[in-house]
Design a protein around this ligand. Structure first.
Ligand code: BES
Ligand code: MN
Ligand code: MN
Length: 464
């Protein structure tokens, strides 16, 4: 079993208290990208990340975009022939609401039971920051890095990375690299380091149904006009068949077969459906007939309601016929579904099934492509060794149901392979109250990343 480089391990241990203090400082900045009232905080977080890169010994620039700024850190002094690694992460976070459900305030990081609780602790500030500290360890202890490094930290991931693809295109020369490393996901289980082989994509819509020009007395008018809430319910009810398959015409046309060896790896993972059910608190599990839970989560596309709004929802009863109804609907996509094509299919479907007597409008909010990786080559081999050294066991290959929109762009625009090694854990409450990262994973994550840079240096006649 490989081991973590001792000099770096010692540095990270000696500086542990300061590293945590700095992390807590970053976590205290409410960089909520979805809220314009937090734009100044989001900019402050970008400057903070740039500052920490400079303190670690990289150069750093904060680039303005039409949205939130992009931070680029650079180290270009590796020995000739050394590869260039691009580290990606996001410094923006999801809104912290509902605040009353947090045990401790979301922007005051608090340690309880071996976990750091704060919005962004795991998604993704904690995981971005552990890369910065791994870089710092190298530069502080040895005065240099074995590979060239670019750090790309964005502030719009949680709202769909709208401006990132064009930023990468415009700066393709600056960002040219041999591989991309991302820690913005989770391990399959505690103690089980994990490398992702896939991410789902996303196509997110709002459906608005308009009926009468204003709310009406449900006695005087009810039965005489089409109720938009009922019409929306009918529209939504057409989106699945009895087997839980998405019933939008053409929805599965681009879905590619999943490779048999990936499905096999998936079946070998220690997964217990009953504990998964218990974790969700649902009375029973559901989904598309004919697939295991992990297959449903990682390999199958979905269409889900994320929000519903119509009529009177306050205390007691109000006899009213609502003027309008709205639903937020999102589809998780798998290779090779394309968010733009799914948008076309969704529009056609809603136009076809919308009842007469109301108008139904579909607005596309954001999207991202699905991704499936090959998991071979020097980057992947180096990750296997570095994760084994830090966690004391070989990583497993997992899939993921969530989305990181930029991953496909890295491959398409930069032509670079992407390695996803995350240090979150099941139940980490990302996007929810009481988000946390395990202290142990944060510490081992820093060591795994520190070791990864060593493992990536070209060696003659060595392993790998
Ligand atoms: N870090 C997550 C992606 C993720 C989710 C990885 C779950 C592993 C497990 C990322 O920040 C995220 O939340 N992505 C969004 C997509 C975006 C377009 C809002 C998602 O998946 O909903
Ligand atoms: Mn994330
Ligand atoms: Mn997220």
């Amino acid at each position: 079993m490989p081991t973590v480089p001792q000099d770096l391990d010692r540095y990270l241990t000696e500086h542990d208290a300061r590293i945590k203090r700095e992390l807590f400082e970053l976590l205290a900045i409410p960089s909520v990208s979805a809220r314009s009232e937090h734009d100044a905080d989001t900019r402050r977080a970008a400057e903070w990340v740039a500052g920490s890169l400079r303190a670690a010994g990289l150069s750093a620039t904060v680039h303005a975009t039409p949205g939130q700024p992009v931070v680029v850190g650079e180290y270009r002094d590796a020995p000739a022939g050394a590869p260039t690694v691009l580290v990606y992460g996001h410094y923006d976070v999801q809104p912290a609401e509902p605040l009353e459900l947090w045990t401790s305030p979301p922007f005051e990081a608090t340690v309880r039971d071996g976990r750091i609780y704060a919005r962004g602790a795991v998604d993704d500030k904690g995981q971005l920051f552990l890369h910065v500290k791994a870089l710092e360890a190298h530069l502080a202890v040895r005065g240099r890095l074995p590979v060239n490094v670019i750090v790309l930290a964005e502030g719009e991931e949680e709202v769909g990375s709208e401006h990132l693809a064009s930023f990468i295109k415009a700066h393709a020369g600056l960002l040219r690299c041999d591989g991309v490393v991302i820690s913005d996901s989770s391990m399959f289980a505690p103690g089980l380091p994990s490398v992702l082989s896939s991410l789902r994509g996303l196509a997110y819509f709002q459906i608005d149904v308009q009926g009468p020009a204003q709310d009406l007395h449900s006695g005087s008018y009810g039965g005489g006009v089409v109720n938009p809430a009922m019409a929306l319910a009918r529209i939504l009810a057409t989106m699945h068949d009895a087997d839980g398959r998405v019933a939008i015409g053409g929805f599965y046309d681009a879905v590619r077969e999943w490779p048999a060896h990936v499905l096999e790896q998936m079946r070998a993972l220690p997964f217990d459906e009953e504990s998964f059910r218990a974790e969700t608190g649902s009375p029973a599990l559901g989904g598309e007939r004919g697939f295991t839970v992990l297959e449903r989560l990682w390999t199958r596309p979905t269409c889900e309601v994320n929000g519903l709004l119509s009529g009177y929802t306050g205390e007691g009863a109000k006899t009213v016929l609502p003027a309008k109804a709205m639903a937020k609907v999102s589809c998780r996509l798998v290779p090779d579904q394309d968010p733009t094509e799914i948008e076309r299919l969704m529009r056609a479907h809603v136009a076809r099934v919308a009842p007469a007597g109301v108008t139904a409008t579909v607005t596309a909010l954001h999207g991202g492509r699905p991704w499936r990786g090959e998991l071979g080559g020097p980057l992947f081999d180096a990750a296997r060794r570095a994760l084994a050294a830090a966690f004391g066991r070989e990583p497993v290959i997992t899939g993921e149901g969530g989305s990181i929109p930029v991953v496909g762009d890295f491959e398409r625009i930069l032509g670079a392979p992407v390695l996803l090694m995350g240090f979150g854990l099941p139940g980490e409450n990302a996007h929810a109250p009481d988000e946390w990262i395990s202290v142990e994973n944060f510490e081992k994550g820093m060591r795994a990343v520190a070791g990864l840079f060593d493992e990536l240096q070209p060696r003659v006649g060595g392993r790998g």
